[in-house]
Structures are given as structure tokens and as C-alpha cells.
Ligand binder design. Structure first.
Ligand SMILES: [Zn+2]
Ligand SMILES: [Zn+2]
Length: 276
């Protein structure tokens, strides 16, 4: 499964794919090291009471490289020939950062929920910021996954950054399958009970339902009749890079919203007009 084969089947996603590719290409020119943590023990108590890693005062993570990376990405985009709206928003962000020496520090704190901040274009800045931050955190997310005991978390928000899930995945055989929630921001995946709504935490399985979607490689819509929240879910393994990318299944969000379900997942994407 590749993005190209998926796009051949879902041509209405091409404009989102183009946007993804454009930002990825600009971000690949920004030099970003990997964050690392070698001593986890000070964080253990916070982990047990549900404090996500990035929110913990027991672990020091240097966000300086992310601040510089975000500044560089915004400046690169502002200087590029881009589609009109993206060009306009990038230039507005660039203007904002030029006028405030503390801008990148505030922007990173805002991204991880440690500060209030009012950027001119929060949607674009959140997307750009998480593009850089997810790259910076890549190795740390892997190491954190090896270190933590997932059965001691089982919460409805990301153990790394604290965001509610963007999607879910069911792995393993039916009787013993596990549900993983997937973060659309930092890309962490973590365990969560199969028989609980990740939004209102209702555990009545009569109120948990599935909307099957034919021909979508195992993707389906799991929803809760109590809060009407839904979570796009991939039942299967392999091809996660495509199937858990969130943007590759925006058409399922449209189906769910058409059925009156609520988009309570944390997504970096607003729903595009798929008809255009
Ligand atoms: Zn996360
Ligand atoms: Zn619910």
C-alpha cells in the first residue's frame, strides 16, 4: 500500500496530498536533530498518575531546535511561490514572527498546551509546528514506547503529548485483539480498552457501534451512541503509514458527519470540500 495507489482509488484526496507533499518537501530542507532522553525514572510517578511526558516537570526536553525549525520553515514558506491562500497565511505568520522575538518560544509552548497564544492562522501553524515537532520527537516516541508499561496508561489521551486520539487500530485476532489509539500530532500509538468510548468513556457495549465502509482496506467508523463521537478505525496490520495518516481517510469523516456523528478526534485537518 502506497500513497500513490491510495490516491488512484481516491482522486478527491489529491489536493490534500499535494499540500502534504509541499510542506514535507519544505520541512525536509530544515535541519532538525532528534530529541533524546536517557533517564526515565524521574518521570515514573507522573506517568502513573496520568501526566503526559511533554507536560511533566520531571523531565527536561530542550525545545530550542523545534523553535528554530519552526521559524525556518515559516520563513521558507513565506519566500516560496505557493497557492494563494497558503502564501498569504505563511506571509502573515512570517510577519508575526519577525515582529516578536519571543514568537517561536510562545508558539511551541502553545503547541504542547503549556501557553495560550493567538497566532493569526492557528490551523496552519498547528500543522507546521507538529510537522517539525513530530520529526524532533521521532526517536523519543520510539524509546518511550519501549520504556512505558502500556497497561499502566490505558487513558483516552496521548501519553506523549496529551492530545486525544486522531484514529484507532485493532490488531490481532478477533477474540484477543487489542485496540491502539493513534495520535495525529506526535504519532504515538498506545493501548486503550476495546469496550469503552475514548471520548465520554462510556463502557456500555450496547451503546458502542460500528459503521462498516466497503472497499476501504479495513477502515471503518466506530462510534458511541451516548456522546455521538466517532473514531476512524483501521482493523488490520500493515500499511499503517497510509491507513493511519488521518488525511487519507477524510472522506470517512464526511460520511460520519453526514450521519450526524461528532468529530471529537484531534485532527490537524479541517474537512475540505471534497466535491471541488
Ligand atoms: Zn501525541
Ligand atoms: Zn462516547
Amino acid at each position: 500500500m502506497t500513497n500513490d495507489s491510495w490516491l488512484a482509488k481516491h482522486p478527491y484526496l489529491q489536493s490534500v496530498a499535494d499540500f502534504e507533499a509541499l510542506i514535507d518537501s519544505a520541512a525536509s530542507q530544515v535541519s532538525i536533530p532528534y530529541a533524546s532522553i536517557s533517564i526515565w525514572e524521574p518521570y515514573l510517578g507522573d506517568f502513573h498518575v496520568g501526566v503526559p511526558l511533554l507536560m511533566s516537570s520531571r523531565i527536561a526536553i530542550d525545545f530550542g531546535p523545534v523553535e528554530r525549525g519552526m521559524t525556518s520553515l515559516v520563513q521558507r514558506l513565506a519566500a516560496k511561490a505557493l497557492p494563494e491562500r497558503l502564501a498569504e497565511e505563511s506571509r502573515a505568520l512570517d510577519k508575526e514572527l519577525c515582529g516578536n522575538p519571543d514568537w517561536s518560544r510562545c508558539a511551541v509552548a502553545w503547541l504542547i498546551g503549556k501557553d495560550s497564544f493567538t497566532p493569526t492562522h492557528p490551523g496552519l501553524l498547528r500543522y507546521l509546528g507538529w510537522t517539525i515537532l513530530a520529526r524532533y520527537l521521532f526517536q523519543l516516541v520510539v524509546a518511550f514506547g519501549r520504556w512505558r508499561e502500556d497497561e499502566r496508561w490505558l487513558r483516552n489521551y496521548c501519553p506523549t503529548c496529551g492530545a486525544p486520539p486522531a484514529m484507532a487500530q485493532l490488531v490481532g485476532m478477533d477474540s484477543g485483539s487489542l485496540r491502539l489509539l493513534s495520535c495525529g500530532c506526535c504519532k504515538t500509538r498506545w493501548r486503550y480498552p476495546r469496550t469503552a468510548c475514548p471520548f465520554c468513556q462510556n463502557r456500555d457495549d450496547h451503546l458502542l457501534a460500528v459503521l462498516a465502509v466497503d472497499g476501504e482496506s479495513g477502515l471503518r467508523i466506530d462510534y458511541c451512541k451516548a456522546c455521538r463521537g466517532y473514531l476512524k478505525t483501521y482493523k488490520g496490520e500493515g500499511g499503517e503509514g497510509v491507513l493511519l495518516s488521518d488525511w487519507t481517510s477524510l472522506h470517512l469523516d464526511v460520511i460520519a458527519c453526514d450521519r450526524g456523528l461528532r468529530r471529537l478526534a484531534t485532527s490537524l485537518y479541517t474537512l475540505p470540500n471534497l466535491a471541488s
